[in-house]
Unconditional design. Structure first.
Length: 215
């Protein structure tokens, strides 16, 4: 009970220590408290420790609890549950990564869904996942776009057809994002920002200048 109380203490260092203690000596009885705290914990480092503690428990206990959280109305609950599922890596969670989560209006939830999806997706579903992710080219700020590109790159060469389609889009931001992703696929050290910046110039100068600005 002292550990449970400490998980909700006012001090983040106390909550962090409590999560560490729970993970060091995992007990199934702590699952509900850990999952509930993930949904509301404001400190990033504490959330990460809560996730670690959950990975220390049997997946047959944690995964069903986390799947319930995916339907929460609270974005953090969905995002953290997805993040934890990606760390657990149990393939049985794949069906819970729904299209609505992959397209969630909250960027953090969507990013967590992309990362979880590429960890959990079976080989036979990779092409479908690539097509689903590619529908969101051009979404969000730099961090969101880079997360999407990294998720697609993690799928490997199976993404090449969707990249070719996106690079022929009428939307210059979609084209640029697809080009940046293709470059990351070929060369992980390539400059993602340069390609996205080129797209902004295309928008400003007009499509007739695309060839000169995208180089």
């Amino acid at each position: 009970m002292r550990l449970l109380d400490a998980l909700a203490a006012g001090s983040s260092s106390t909550r962090l220590a409590a999560a560490l203690a729970v993970g060091t000596h995992p007990e199934p009885g702590f699952v509900d408290a850990l999952v509930e705290r993930c949904a509301i914990e404001p400190d990033f480092f504490v959330r990460d420790m809560l996730t670690w503690a959950l990975t220390r428990l049997p997946s047959e206990i944690t995964v069903p609890k986390l799947r319930v959280e995916l339907g929460s109305e609270h974005a953090q609950a969905r995002s953290q549950a997805l993040h934890t599922l990606s760390k657990i890596g149990d393939p049985s969670a794949w069906p819970a990564i729904t299209r609505s989560l992959l397209h969630d209006a909250d960027d953090e939830v969507a990013r967590s869904a992309w990362r979880a999806a590429v960890v959990l997706v079976p080989d036979g579903a990779k092409q479908g996942l690539a097509a689903e992710l590619a529908m969101q080219f051009g979404r969000g700020d730099r961090e969101v776009r880079l997360s999407l590109s990294r998720a697609l790159v993690a799928l490997g060469d199976v993404v090449e057809p969707v990249l070719r389609t996106a690079m022929a889009s009428h939307d210059p931001m979609v084209r640029a994002h697809a080009r940046a992703t293709e470059r990351l696929l070929r060369d992980p050290d390539a400059g993602f920002d340069l390609v996205v910046d080129a797209a902004r110039r295309v928008v400003a100068l007009g499509p007739e200048r695309e060839e000169t600005t995208a180089c």
